[in-house]
Ligand binder design. Structure first.
Ligand SMILES: [Zn+2]
Length: 310
């Protein structure tokens, strides 16, 4: 980074810091146990990222929701945890977080497989639009603060990372030291196992919503990676290693196996996503191997089911 951009970044951060009182930071940080174990350097970098995130993205409350500074920080800190070692550029190209007070029914029109125009009336806790905003339910953001593998902010932002090379297909742009063949192999095996367990009616180590599509599996596994890393590592160790390489973080070392809450996940009654986008060759093989061809009403929108009762 050059001296001018260094100066600009420091000036921006100083200005943004004035928008938040120590009590706002304490309220937000205290509500987020997934930040436990961050060392002072990591914490400082996460705070800077959160401030720059809030400068770059408008958080727009709707339906009369009153947005406080602590709420803005609660969202931004979670949103920036996945990019702590990647950088804010990974969220380039979109500009808004729309915040509902509670779970919402977006009512998108879509054309089904028979050519009929229908309305998507599923209840959502969040959505990520390709080349568009992230939409969140504040009630679900609050419900996602526990270390139980449900985190709508991480889920939708994982979709955004996945979408950086096209549709949310479970394969974000990989770093140069990663192997797309190994990624395909490891995710294929785990995805097939989760789908088999769901189809058999067995208890699943991850939220069954992840069995809906490779894109949802990546987002659900990312939630588990940051909240219940021990459980993910025990169930799908190769997937944990791939996420460790992608996010360049090791939450298991940070949080410890004690972060696991086996059996805390609830099943999801909602339909999933089938957008396969433009797949790298290895990922097309991944999808083909598991025979995935499910329909998503709006292939450019990826959602998250609600967790809390409504
Ligand atoms: Zn999703």
């Amino acid at each position: 980074m050059g001296r001018l951009s260094d100066w600009w970044r420091l000036r921006t951060l100083a200005r943004e810091r004035q928008c938040y009182a120590p009590a706002d930071w304490a309220a937000a940080w205290g509500a987020l146990p997934l930040l436990a174990g961050l060392n002072p350097d990591q914490s400082a970098r996460l705070i800077d990222l959160a401030l720059l995130f809030l400068r770059d993205k408008r958080i727009e409350p709707v339906q009369g929701l009153v947005l406080t500074a602590a709420m803005r920080l609660t969202i931004a800190l979670q949103a920036c945890l996945p990019i702590l070692e990647l950088g804010l550029d990974w969220y380039r190209g979109w500009y808004a977080v729309i915040l509902y007070p509670d779970a919402f029914i977006p009512g998108h029109e879509y054309t089904d497989a028979d050519g009929m125009v229908r309305v998507d009336d599923r209840v959502k806790g969040g959505e990520a639009w390709e080349r568009g905003p992230v939409i969140l339910s504040w009630a679900d953001v609050v419900a996602g603060c526990e270390l139980d593998g449900y985190n709508v902010v991480v889920h939708e932002l994982a979709h955004k990372l996945d979408m950086r090379n096209g549709g949310a297909n479970g394969c974000p742009p990989l770093h140069g030291d990663m192997s797309s063949e190994a990624w395909s192999r490891d995710w294929s095996a785990a995805f097939a196992d989760l789908g088999r367990r769901v189809d058999a009616g067995e208890e699943t180590p991850l939220d069954p919503y992840g069995a809906e599509s490779p894109g949802e599996f990546f987002a659900v596994a990312s939630e588990a990676f940051f909240e219940i890393p021990g459980l993910l590592h025990d169930a799908y160790p190769a997937v944990y290693v791939q996420l460790q390489a992608f996010y360049r973080q090791d939450p298991l070392a940070r949080l410890g196996a004690g972060a696991c809450v086996p059996g805390a996940l609830s099943s999801c009654p909602h339909g999933g996503c089938g957008n396969l986008g433009t797949l790298p060759q290895t990922m097309a093989k991944y999808v083909g191997e598991v025979g995935l061809d499910r329909q998503q009403p709006r292939p450019d929108i990826h959602d998250r089911s609600v967790r809390h009762p409504i």
